[in-house]
Write a protein that binds this ligand. Structure first.
Ligand code: SF4
Ligand code: SF4
Length: 180
């Protein structure tokens, strides 16, 4: 049986511009923090900048009560801004959406539904960041151009009748995105 036990994650991406400037100013011989640090060694600013702004963690997930199997949907949190592809109220998200989680290194290691393409998961698994990650490309647009984000692919939860949730189950939010 599939239940509507929604789980969400809070994304970062609030300080990308500062992070980009820091990367641009970096000497060639220096390696960026995401290549040298473990998740729990990062500063708060580095941690926030690691979020690629894909929005995949903001879609609703369904958990099978018996098997624990997770199914992704293309239904996104009511607070999600589909135009900017970011949280519509990042500062107050956990107050307004109590099951929105603030990601931590421990959660990255333990959440089974964190998307394969998620930058935090990639770093934790030693896969590094893809070319389309804003910290690598220097642009916030590449995450969308690469098809890594949810932009244009999701529907807000307030527009979905509860009886139709199962119809919105889809695999892509949990799948990886090719690096090339
Ligand atoms: S899936 Fe990961 S990288 Fe994408 S928005 Fe969520 S926390 Fe950020
Ligand atoms: S409140 Fe909703 S839109 Fe904002 S980060 Fe959490 S799940 Fe995403």
């Amino acid at each position: 049986m599939v239940t509507n036990r929604f789980a969400r994650a809070a994304c970062g991406g609030m300080v990308l511009t500062e992070a980009h400037s820091a990367v641009a100013a970096m000497h060639d011989s220096e390696r960026p923090f995401w290549e040298t640090k473990q998740l729990d060694e990062m500063t708060a600013k580095e941690w926030e900048s690691l979020c690629d702004g894909c929005g995949r963690c903001c879609v609703h997930k369904l958990e099978d009560e018996d098997s624990g199997e997770i199914a992704y949907t293309d239904i996104v949190c009511f607070l999600f801004d589909c135009d900017s592809c970011r949280c519509g109220d990042y500062a107050n998200r956990t107050r307004r959406v109590p099951d929105c989680l603030q990601l931590t290194p421990e959660l990255v290691r333990s959440l089974p539904w964190l998307p394969q393409s998620c930058a935090y998961r990639r770093i934790e698994e030693g896969r590094g960041l893809a070319w389309w990650h804003p910290l690598v490309s220097g642009s916030r647009d590449t995450v969308h151009a690469a098809g890594a984000s949810v932009r244009g692919r999701v529907i807000l939860e307030q527009h979905v009748h509860p009886a139709m949730v199962d119809e919105r189950i889809t695999d892509w939010p949990g799948e990886d995105v090719p690096d090339q």
